[in-house]
Design a protein around this ligand. Structure first.
Ligand code: CP3
Length: 357
């Protein structure tokens, strides 16, 4: 028997049930903008040592929750743990972001890929989930996550971040069959990874399709949406009140909200280019909507932050027939290292104050 949750606003909102306040959590809520994170990371030596140590990963997961009354915790890890476990060799070059030692360079590289062992190479992630659940002690739910197949394939083929995604788009155009083999095995890995996190104790699951929005509509449907739909349909995540909701977050997913809402996912996460009222109208109560303050708002002063929070909350409510049900407040993308923690506090406070019933 697991401890009942003391704060279940986030899970209730994802089920579109009434809540006393709109729940809020923030993408990248753990990270370099917090001095205590920088201290733990310095102690670990590197980001990967930190992420691969369940006790330290648990510590940094909890750090933002000690400062702010957030309504959910998110596992501290990275989306690139999966391709790393598939043998690509993840590393971080100083100041350059993530890279792979052995990126996908041929169809032979694709045909060698296999779903990694969740109790082997990725056991440290499941250990972190178990440790965090124990330490949270039912205070708030824990979100597990994965990259989307397309977004993971971007890094696997490019070997790093990219400005134009020329390599991965060329592969999709020149050899779509090979691209689909890559996306199929990556989707199998994502499903196994999310299912294992759920088994280990994650109470909600989010897929980050950070780079879906760089595709043309026809390519998005073929190379991103199709695999998000497979995940939503096939991911085992429990039943009834115990079901772990699945959130599909995507930057630039505005044109596809109807399709994402029909996928079987419980929530859709949107960026700040989407009007929340429009998003909820177009998805017609089939899913919860998560988002969507422009993260850059956090560089403004607290009164401006509160005004923008109010605008987002009211846009959602007005599009949802006067009800705040089914809204999870978040940013439209992650926090940046140079953001002021006090402004993050002002944001969280404003969400709860301005949405109180
Ligand atoms: O939200 C959270 O608090 C959970 C932790 C989390 C991290 N990465 C920690 C991290 C999550 C959910 C991610 C997801 C992730 N990682 C995505 C998808 C979401 C998004 O932001 O679009 C992507 C594309 C990545 C790949 C990745 N990992 C990038 C681009 C970087 C930043 C590199 C840099 O130097 O800025 C990372 C590293 C990373 N992942 C950091 C953190 C806190 C910074 C590492 C450090 O401490 O130096």
């Amino acid at each position: 028997m697991s401890t009942p949750l003391k704060n279940d606003r986030f899970l209730r909102a994802l089920r579109r049930e009434p809540v006393d306040r709109t729940p809020v959590w923030l993408m990248r809520q753990a990270g370099r903008y917090l001095p205590e994170y920088r201290a733990t990371r310095a102690q670990a030596g590197s980001f990967l040592t930190l992420a691969k140590n369940p006790e330290l990963a648990c510590e940094v997961t909890l750090q933002p929750l000690r400062r702010f009354p957030l309504d959910a915790a998110i596992l501290f890890s990275d989306i690139l743990t999966v391709p790393d476990a598939m043998g690509l060799g993840l590393y971080f070059a100083d100041g350059e972001g993530p890279k792979f030692e052995r990126p996908i360079r041929s169809t032979a590289d694709i045909d060698r890929l296999a779903v990694p062992d969740m109790d082997g190479e990725l056991r440290y992630v499941m250990d972190a989930v178990r440790t965090i659940r124990r330490e949270l002690d039912g205070s708030v739910p824990l979100i597990g996550f994965s990259g989307s197949p397309w977004t993971l394939a971007c890094y696997m083929v490019e070997g790093s971040g990219s400005k134009d995604f020329a390599r991965v788009k060329s592969l999709a155009l020149n050899d779509p069959a090979a691209m689909h083999r890559l996306l199929e095995v990556t989707t199998d890995a994502v499903i196994a990874y999310l299912a294992a996190q759920h088994q280990a104790g994650a109470q909600a699951l989010q897929v980050f399709d950070t780079w879906g929005g760089v595709l043309s509509p026809s390519m998005y449907r073929e190379f991103s949406l199709r695999y998000l739909e497979r995940i939503a349909a096939e991911l085992p995540r429990g039943d009834g009140a115990e079901r772990a909701p699945l959130i599909l977050f995507g930057k630039g997913n505005d044109p596809y909200l109807e399709a994402l809402a029909a996928s079987g996912a419980e929530g859709v996460g949107v960026d700040w280019t989407v009007e929340l009222g429009e998003a909820v109208r177009r998805t017609g109560g089939r899913v919860a909507i998560q988002g969507n303050l422009d993260p850059v708002t956090l560089y403004a002063q607290p009164d401006a932050i509160a005004r923008e929070v109010g605008r987002a909350l009211d846009s959602y409510r007005d599009g949802n027939g006067g009800s705040r049900e089914g809204h999870v407040f978040n940013l439209g993308h992650g926090l940046s290292p140079d953001m002021n923690p006090e402004h993050v506090g002002a944001l969280v406070e404003a969400v709860h104050r301005l949405s109180a019933r």
